[in-house]
Ligand binder design. Structure first.
Ligand SMILES: *[C@@H]1O[C@H](CO)[C@@H](O)[C@H](O)[C@H]1NC(C)=O
Ligand SMILES: *[C@@H]1O[C@H](CO)[C@@H](O)[C@H](O)[C@H]1NC(C)=O
Ligand SMILES: *[C@@H]1O[C@H](CO)[C@@H](O)[C@H](O)[C@H]1NC(C)=O
Ligand SMILES: *[C@@H]1O[C@H](CO)[C@@H](O)[C@H](O)[C@H]1NC(C)=O
Length: 665
């Protein structure tokens, strides 16, 4: 006991001496500023000067500005270092926040009057944390803090409209909370991308069931008959569309990962599906569970989830005998009862210990407001510590979840996006579904219509597909009267009518990320040859200016696509349809996993981040040139020859993709 007190005092004295040098003066600059006026939040009173705010300063990691080039170096087909992946240690050492970052920010705080002994540095070195009065914070950040009140519920948030920090520390600071974001502890679901019929589960935002199951026609010989793929997509239809052969290889070190949250598979539905379509897959076949922070699965058949059953019923027929790993994430409280606004951070913690921001401040978790906190304080919640690096990430991870990018702080997204970059350096491929609401977002996200701006006319890009280091997957469809031997079209299905908007494959341009270099020429060609008939703005600083509805400079979404409508599934014991970009993502992911198997078999690395290879070789994909993604009062963008913000570069042609990736080192 004595020893530990003495030690603490000693440490304190040392650190006081360490910061005695006053920080160099530099002009303050805006660090974060809200670019769109808050919708449905009303600014109320100033926060009293004496009120205490819990403050956290996220420190930027070092060498991040080089991260993009590092990733291109191992994943661009023209690079001499293609396929020369980094180890986890190499990645960690390259990017840890620098001593200088910690010192400069600390010096600034102390020179600005925050007493040294109040500041705590988190274990992983990623955060500085302290309590401060509102007056101290307003002086420190040249900001004004207000109470904001939500118009529809009794929720409040503390935030400012903008804040400033000295120019010389800007590069060291990710973001500061409380900051500009209107973060409350409201109930807010992470929208799953499936559009299952006759099933209300998976739809948050307090909406009830919105459609009825269609009666199922009788299909003879469904396993091999391709004549009905225009009304029902079976495993045989998917294999025929993309020329995918029966899988044979199954490297014990290669499994495909599927992320789920708040939606659970059940064994009976999988068994019924295997029995009908893939009798060669033994009854009882199930994913290997990698449960994150108290998650559990499977559930009884009556509670089977539309997303999980869809994902596994699509991937198994394409991959078996290859193994699937289920990253079921978060305990029941956070996954279904009290979802947080943030997403994916606890999952990323679990597969990469270095991403964890477990702190010494008495706060556990990544962001104290946005992310789940473990041990979960609620009764029955998961009582373990936040999982850090508990599981190895698989080479390919398919995720059919997301939310509007406008709902999350820019720096929250950037921090996470950088993690995909780092995992890409290590050879992991992350595929995310683009969304199901065309150029809009989930109805109820950001605005009731899911579109942005005062008149809800501005397009609403999604997260994390906005991240240029994941592969964004849109959805296609075989329209009635057409066959799997003809080109598909963009998926656009009226099943959601008259609810709000039809299901249409999401696509557009991010407001957070500029177009990445690997995509520049494809996007420029699209604008040059097929200029969409809408006003636009250039960069988020001019968000909505002159009636612009999309960011002409933004990262284009999606990158690729695959079938996502009228998918045959068993759900809750019933044979029915499902669809959405939710379906497209595990299909495309399975194609990548099959390619990895072939590369591993000849001693090559997994493909990792695939976008640079695909943009440089668009001929390995089936270009989709028909259809569009309407929403926000427009006809959306159109699928055209070449890349487009509806179906990306197109759907997989497995033999061509395989030949290309096998030809790379
Ligand atoms: C495929 O299904 C169609 C329509 O139901 C039917 O006419 C045809 O005979 C079937 N073909 C085979 C090979 O089973
Ligand atoms: C605005 O876009 C720039 C890139 O042009 C980006 O760096 C910045 O983070 C974006 N700001 C917000 C609030 O998303
Ligand atoms: C499944 O079928 C049963 C009986 O046929 C029916 O009661 C139930 O509502 C159906 N479930 C769904 C989700 O359609
Ligand atoms: C083109 O897409 C439209 C829907 O946008 C669809 O009705 C039509 O059947 C498609 N044409 C072909 C050839 O698939």
């Amino acid at each position: 006991m004595k020893l530990s007190i003495g030690f603490a005092v000693g440490t304190l004295l040392l650190s006081v001496q360490g910061v005695a040098v006053p920080s160099p003066e530099s002009k303050v600059v805006v660090h974060e500023k809200r670019y769109a006026p808050p919708t449905r939040w009303n600014k109320r009173d100033r926060i009293p000067k004496s009120a205490i705010l819990p403050v956290r300063i996220g420190l930027t990691q070092s060498n991040l500005e080089k991260g993009h080039d590092f990733l291109m170096d191992v994943s661009h087909p023209d690079s001499a270092n293609y396929g020369k992946l980094w180890t986890a240690d190499e990645v960690h050492n390259m990017f840890a926040p620098s001593e200088k970052a910690v010192k400069d920010v600390w010096n600034w705080l102390v020179a600005s009057g925050i007493p040294d002994e109040r500041i705590v540095h988190s274990d992983n070195k990623g955060w500085l944390a302290f309590d401060a009065t509102t007056e101290e914070m307003e002086n420190l950040l040249h900001a004004e803090y207000y109470n904001f009140e939500h118009s529809s519920a009794d929720r409040v948030a503390v935030a400012c409209d903008e804040y400033h920090i000295p120019g010389h520390i800007k590069e060291h600071v990710d973001y500061i909370t409380p900051g500009i974001k209107l973060i409350s502890t409201s109930k807010k679901d992470l929208a799953k991308r499936s559009t299952q019929l006759g099933h209300s589960k998976g739809h948050g935002h307090g909406k009830g069931p919105i459609w009825k199951p269609k009666p199922m026609p009788h299909f003879p010989n469904p396993e091999s008959n391709l004549s009905t793929c225009d009304v029902l997509i079976t495993p045989a239809c998917v294999k025929a569309l993309y020329h995918i052969p029966q899988a044979t290889k199954a490297n014990p070190n290669n499994a495909m990962g599927i992320f789920e949250e708040g939606d659970y598979y059940d064994q009976e539905d999988l068994n019924l599906f295997f029995e009908k379509y893939t009798p060669y897959i033994p009854q009882g076949t199930h994913p290997t569970p990698n449960f994150v922070d108290g998650a559990e699965a499977p559930v009884p058949v009556s509670e089977g989830g539309g997303e999980s059953t869809l994902d596994f019923e699509l991937a198994y027929p394409l991959l078996y005998p290859q193994k699937l790993i289920l990253y079921q994430t978060d305990d029941l409280n956070y996954a279904t009862e009290n979802p947080t606004v943030g997403a994916f951070n606890t999952f990323l913690d679990a597969i990469d210990g270095s991403y964890c921001t477990y702190s010494a401040y008495g706060e556990k978790g990544d962001d104290p407001v946005l992310d789940p906190i473990y041990p979960d304080p609620v009764a029955g919640g998961y009582k373990g510590k936040l999982m850090c690096g508990a599981y190895k990430p698989t080479n390919v991870i398919s995720t059919s979840y997301g939310e509007a990018e406008i709902d999350l702080p820019e720096y929250y997204m950037k921090r996470q996006c950088n993690e995909y970059l780092k995992l890409g350096l290590q050879g992991h491929t992350f595929l995310y579904s683009s969304g199901d609401f065309g150029v809009g977002g989930f109805p109820g996200d950001a605005t009731p219509s899911g579109c942005l701006g005062e008149d809800a006319t501005i397009f609403d890009p999604q997260f994390p597909v906005n991240c240029p280091y994941v592969t964004a997957v849109g959805a296609t469809k075989v329209y009635p009267g057409h066959t799997v031997f003809e080109p598909e079209s963009a998926a656009n299905d009226l099943i959601h009518e008259p609810y709000n908007s039809a299901y249409s494959s999401a696509g557009g341009f991010s407001n957070v990320y500029d177009v990445p270099d690997y995509q520049k020429s494809a996007v420029a060609t699209y604008f040059a040859k097929h200029n969409p008939p809408y006003r636009y703005y250039e960069g988020n600083a001019s968000f909505g200016k002159n009636g612009g509805v999309y960011n002409r400079n933004g990262r284009g979404i999606p990158d690729v696509s695959a079938n996502g409508d009228n998918i045959a599934v068993f759900l809750d014991g019933n044979f029915t349809f499902n669809g959405g970009t939710s379906a497209a993502t595990p299909i495309f992911a399975s194609v990548i996993n099959l390619i990895n198997e072939e590369r591993l078999a000849i001693g090559k690395s997994p493909v990792g981040f695939i976008n640079p290879v695909l943009y440089a070789n668009p001929w390995v994909l089936n270009d989709i040139t028909n259809g569009s993604n309407p929403n926000c009062g427009t006809a959306g963008f159109s699928a055209v020859p070449g890349w487009d913000p509806v179906t990306g570069l197109g759907t997989p042609n497995y033999p061509k993709m395989l030949a290309l990736f096998l030809s790379l080192p």
